[in-house]
Design a protein around this ligand. Structure first.
Ligand code: ADP
Ligand code: ADP
Length: 233
């Protein structure tokens, strides 16, 4: 079964004079364990698509199933539940809580669940181990490098065992050396069975994924599978 199944997705923004069409008839299927880059120039509709994929926003029309669940008709409460259980978000600017330690940041998505504190800590510690930060659990974000901060954010995205990991320009704030390290981490996470979608405008990052979906003017202009380039960007 497809993890992501979009049919005829459109997104219109109401402007003063007329409506603006940011996404126009998007049809998209993504399988379990796919490793996908969504790429395109600024203004193409990448963020709009990401917001709909991650259930942060709803389309104007069309059908979207996430892990078999029809999300298009859902209420805000139901969407919030799906977001928390099925999607792991990673942002360009990390979005960590500055006054919380790495461990506390990673525990955060579990706060509203009926999980004992001890089990929450254990799951967060395991997620930090996966990203290679076991020795930094009690550091605050300000005490970590950019690459380490993004590793914390990746651990936070993984801690709920989401159906899909969704990264919006996840290496946009990192130098080329750290970018390579983070892409290697995504490779390891993908090898363990995770479905990954990365939004990027960098060709090197896109070509590192197994599938590249190029969008322009709100439409998919190409959708190609290829062997992953072994060399990291
Ligand atoms: P990208 O992420 O590829 O740069 P976006 O999805 O952010 O593209 O934007 C696609 C188009 O939709 C752009 O032309 C942008 O100006 C427009 N747009 C995005 N969000 C809004 C909004 N809230 N209201 C009106 N227009 C928007
Ligand atoms: P990287 O080479 O990965 O960019 P840095 O050179 O920025 O890492 O940091 C090296 C080490 O110093 C890291 O292990 C990090 O935890 C630690 N460190 C960085 N900034 C601070 C800080 N402001 N306070 C305490 N430790 C820090």
């Amino acid at each position: 079964a497809n993890i992501i199944d979009m049919q005829g997705i459109c997104k219109h923004y109401q402007m003063t004079e007329k409506t603006f069409c940011a996404l126009n008839d998007i049809n998209l299927s993504i399988n379990a364990n796919d490793y996908v880059a969504i790429t395109g120039p600024s203004g193409a509709g990448k963020s709009t698509l990401m917001n709909i994929l991650g259930c942060l926003d709803t389309p104007s029309s069309g059908q979207y199933h996430l892990a078999g669940v029809p999300v298009t008709q859902m209420s805000e409460t139901q969407l919030a539940h799906i977001r928390n259980h099925s999607v792991g978000f990673i942002f360009q600017s990390f979005n960590l809580l500055p006054r919380a330690t790495a461990l506390e940041n990673v525990m955060q998505p579990l706060v509203f669940r009926f999980i004992a504190m001890k089990a929450r800590k254990a799951r967060a510690a395991e997620a930090l181990r996966r990203v290679g930060l076991s020795d930094k659990m009690h550091h605050f974000p300000s005490q970590l490098s950019g690459g380490q901060r993004q590793r914390v954010a990746i651990a936070r995205a993984l801690v709920t065992n989401p159906e899909v990991l969704l990264g919006d320009e996840p290496t946009g704030n990192l130098d080329s050396h750290t970018t390579r390290e983070i892409m290697q981490l995504f490779d390891e996470i993908h090898d363990s069975g995770q479905t990954i979608i990365l939004i990027t405008h960098e060709t090197e990052i896109a070509n590192h994924c197994y599938r590249v979906i190029n969008i322009n003017d709100g439409q998919i202009v190409s959708n190609t599978n290829h062997m992953r380039t072994e060399k990291c960007p």
